[in-house]
Design a protein around this ligand. Structure first.
Ligand code: AMP
Ligand code: GLY
Length: 418
């Protein structure tokens, strides 16, 4: 069969690579893909933008694509699943309305409140003056979030009231209509990612990402600078609690509200000092870069698992995982996350092996050169018997890679080791 993957990041490279290993898969098309997917065996890039929903559907129909997997949130929020389903094309992902769990923080917070899902206290504003007053009353630290999608730039954790006011100004002026202001939570973050078929839930292996740009969790938030799987913080007990208190109420709540959820569902969690989880956010997709280590560890046939999900039969699937640890380090472009530079020449990218894969994100091929073309450029991901060994394997290989302005965190895995 032929499969279509939508997107061009490291997550989509990992999805396409993993799907291409299925013996039943003849070819995985990636729209639009990157320089990494261009060179993967049985993977082919198709130059269609993720925003061009009708052209993507035309392609899927013409090529008799068995099913489509959507990487990023933007096409889901724009209704790609609705467009495909209306044309009888199989696609794994939530509808536009169900994707509001990610595309509107205001929707997500109100939904969590309606269904008793633990999350930070909040208030939502369409009037900047009222937002400023509320922040003033609450005091810092406080968290300011744009209501809509903002490609990882819509959240400001303000440690000073002045920063909170500046963030309110900035988010209203850049992202428009509404901001959500939240209580600041302390603790350890973890990513909890599951597959949902409308009713049943199948958790993926645990993972944890490193969101700040700098070592020791310093500097601005990014889309993610590295990740590990498993995440030791996710004990069996905590896992059961997250399923019971957060994931199942969310899936059941969506179904009860007539927004039956299918697709990947990602809960960003904050685990407090007593081990109690709260939901920072929902995403309606896999995480990037969490997907890269997670899929390095997946031993099940990913294509078959997604087919079971689309058939509403996730209760019949037991996933198998490599017991080893996986760790991914993102190599970012000069200026990331504020103003990433494009067009730097990359050299020294090691060939992939069974326990090392260099997933591409913001890369393109130009004549004989591979060039950077986005903020997060590569994600070097390795597998080994321990987090320490995986870390050593990855950093040893990262040292061979070069492009001007390349920067990365040197402490990925630190939380899993402490
Ligand atoms: P979000 O997109 O809502 O997950 O926010 C991005 C990042 O901001 C999270 O991964 C956290 O690091 C941080 N963050 C978001 N909400 C809060 C909160 N209520 N308290 C503390 N940190 C937060
Ligand atoms: N790594 C965080 C995310 O994908 O949202």
């Amino acid at each position: 069969m032929k499969i279509l993957v939508i997107g061009n990041g490291g997550r989509e490279h990992a999805i396409a690579w993993k799907l291409s290993l299925s013996p039943r898969v003849q070819c995985v098309y990636v729209a639009p893909g990157n320089a990494g997917t261009a060179f993967e065996a049985r993977v082919r890039n198709v130059p269609i933008s993720v925003a061009d929903l009708e052209t993507l559907a035309d392609f899927a129909a013409r090529e008799r694509i068995a099913f489509t997997v959507v990487g990023p949130e933007a096409p889901l929020a724009a209704g790609i699943a609705d467009v495909f389903r209306a044309r009888g094309l199989r696609i794994f992902g939530p509808t536009r309305l169900a994707a509001q769990l990610e595309s509107s923080k205001d929707f997500a917070k109100a939904f969590m409140q309606r269904h008793g899902i633990p999350t930070a206290a909040y208030a939502s504003f369409s009037d900047p003056a009222q937002a400023h007053q509320y922040a003033e009353r609450q005091g810092a630290p406080i968290v300011i979030k744009a209501d809509g999608l903002a490609a990882g730039k819509g959240v400001v954790v303000a440690h000073l009231l002045n920063d909170a006011h500046a963030a309110i100004e900035a988010l209203f002026s850049h992202y428009g209509a509404r901001v959500v202001i939240e209580e600041h939570l302390n603790g350890e973050e973890a990513s909890f990612i599951v597959m949902v078929d409308g009713e049943h839930v199948l958790p993926l292996a645990s993972s944890q990402d490193y969101k700040r740009v700098g070592d020791g969790d310093t500097g601005p938030n990014t889309g993610g600078m590295g990740a590990t799987s498993p995440a030791p913080v996710m004990t069996a007990q905590l896992h059961a609690r997250v399923m019971r208190d957060i994931i199942l109420p969310a899936v059941q709540g969506m179904a009860r509200e007539g927004l039956r959820y299918t697709g990947f569902l990602y809960a960003g969690l904050m685990i407090d000092a007593h081990g109690a989880p709260k939901t920072l956010e929902f995403n309606c997709r896999l995480g990037d870069p969490e997907t890269q280590p997670i899929l390095m560890r997946m031993q099940s046939d990913f294509a078959t698992v997604i087919e079971r999900a689309m058939a509403g039969a996730l209760d019949t699937v037991a996933l198998e995982w490599d017991p080893r640890c996986a760790l991914g380090v993102v190599l970012a472009a000069h200026g990331y996350p504020d103003a990433p530079r494009r067009g730097d020449v990359m050299t020294g990218i090691p060939a992939s092996t069974e326990d090392l894969h260099i997933f591409h994100a913001g890369t393109t091929q130009h004549e004989n050169q591979r060039l950077t073309s986005g903020g997060r450029v590569l994600c070097a991901t390795g597998l080994a018997d321990s987090i320490e060994a995986a870390r050593a394997r990855v950093y040893e290989n990262v040292a061979r890679i070069h492009f001007d302005g390349m920067h990365y965190r040197r402490d990925i895995g630190a939380r899993a080791l402490s």
